[in-house]
Ligand binder design. Structure first.
Ligand code: HGY
Ligand code: MN
Ligand code: MN
Length: 440
């Protein structure tokens, strides 16, 4: 294969067309023309999105496999049978008010890279695989990045299949079977990729504020999700004196303001979110009996994140005693910060610059499948800007020329590892037997 015939840019219109087509599945339209997506993991909309992407994979004649937790893998074979694959990909499940680009870009740009190489008659020396990981959002079935976590052996398959959804209590394994994506491939995978690179929208304001085209992601911050079940005593809103109340909604309000205040006191990278509050019986004239809420704490420094978690636990004990309620704490997700492989980070930066794009190095505020793949192979990420720094919002947007720039950088990085640079040390398949770790 002569390097002169290796393409350096993707078909941007074809990629944009597929993003638009997938965006029509579970489409959510806003009052000012926003077009987002609602494809919560393992719902019918997720199934329909998967079916569409798999049809594109099969149209290209790719070898398509599904594993036992529903991860989908499509592979362009390489000339060397024994070589581990260069893997890319992301997710297509969304939050309830998601955008058209979160996760979708990484999957469809990976497919576009493969199609671009095939159209140029390029046979890679390594296989190239594009993955669709199950339940990256974790919004319906926590934790987030569940599919890639199981794939790398970070969560036992049986534990994952028994996870209950936060909305209707459905069992993950039953939903997987119901939508037809309980696949035959083993979890964890028998072998690991040679390397992994994921293209994703930044979902924050850094690239746009600095007028930079490509984000070279060095790390992912630590994530801590806790579900609090606060039990008080329902009572009449009119007749019950304040001194006799055991009000879980008041306790929830104290916790909500506490975590916001914690971010002010800690400063730096500390963020805190109360995203879900369910009040029961949720009636105007009833002091609630129970409140279920979630607290999402994140920080690039795990010691500070641990301190934030400890302070939250102490506050819960204090307000429970003061208000006469009980508070049950359940961890929904806990992932330490992840540093990406320096050679892979440098590869992204070098290729982006050689294509003439401005770059900046940054940590990822959001969790991503790449952070799980980093447990078993060298991994990195490529970011492109998000308009107004918005994501997990139906107004999420990235302009076509930025989508194209990111996909071209992905093509260059994958080409370097799978097509042109034979000098990269070859890991034979046995080099990467995936460790069988415990739960997250
Ligand atoms: O929550 C996250 O960071 C990701 O969107 N799952
Ligand atoms: Mn994502
Ligand atoms: Mn997301």
């Amino acid at each position: 294969m002569t390097t002169s015939s290796v393409p350096v840019s993707v078909d941007r219109d074809r990629l944009w067309g597929r993003i638009e087509a997938l965006g029509e599945i579970g489409a959510v339209h806003g009052p000012s023309g926003e077009r987002g997506s609602a494809r919560l993991a393992l719902t019918d909309a997720d199934r329909d999105g998967r079916d569409l992407v798999v049809s594109w994979m099969r149209d290209l004649g790719l070898d398509v496999g599904v594993d036992a937790v529903g991860n989908v893998f499509a592979t362009l074979p390489g000339s060397r049978e024994d070589a581990a694959a260069v893997m890319t990909g992301s997710h297509i499940d969304t939050v309830r008010t998601g955008g058209r680009f979160d996760g979708v870009l990484g999957v469809l740009a990976g497919l576009e890279v493969i199609e671009t190489l095939m159209a140029a008659g390029v046979t890679p020396h390594r296989p190239i695989t594009v993955a669709v990981f199950t339940d990256e959002e974790g919004a319906r079935f926590p934790p987030d990045m569940l599919g890639s976590l199981v794939y790398v052996g970070g969560m036992p398959l049986e534990t994952a299949l028994d996870v209950r959804s936060v909305d209707d209590g459905a069992r993950l394994g039953d939903e997987l079977t119901r939508i037809g994506y309980a696949g035959p491939l083993p979890c964890p995978a028998a072998t690991s990729p040679h390397c992994f690179v994921e293209l994703h929208v930044e979902q924050g304001p850094v690239l746009e504020d600095s007028d930079t085209t490509i984000g070279v992601v060095e790390s992912v911050q630590g994530i801590s999700w806790t579900e609090l079940t606060i039990t008080g005593r329902s009572a009449h809103a009119g007749t019950t004196p304040m001194r006799l109340r055991r009000d879980p909604a008041y306790a929830a309000a104290v916790i909500t303001t506490f975590v916001r205040d914690l971010t002010r006191r800690f400063g730096g990278a500390q963020v805190a979110t109360v995203g879900r509050i369910d009040v029961h019986p949720n009636l105007v004239n009833v002091v609630p009996s129970t409140v279920t809420m979630t607290v999402d704490l994140r920080n690039t420094d795990d010691r500070v994140l641990l301190d934030a978690e400890r302070r939250l636990a102490e506050l819960c004990d204090q307000i429970a005693a003061d208000e006469g309620v009980t508070i049950e704490r359940r961890s929904l997700a806990r992932f330490e910060p992840v540093e990406f492989d320096q050679d892979m980070v440098e590869c992204v930066e070098r290729n982006a610059r050689s294509l003439g794009h401005s770059t900046v190095r940054l940590p990822s505020g959001a969790g991503h499948d790449a952070q799980m793949l980093a447990r078993v192979c060298p991994a990195s990420m490529i970011f492109v800007p998000s308009a107004d720094g918005l994501s997990h919002n139906i107004a999420e947007y990235t302009a076509p020329e930025l989508i194209g720039a990111g996909a071209d950088v992905l093509l260059a990085v994958i080409t370097e590892h799978a097509v042109t640079d034979h000098t990269i040390p070859d890991h034979t398949i046995t080099d990467h037997t995936i460790p069988r770790e415990g739960t997250p």
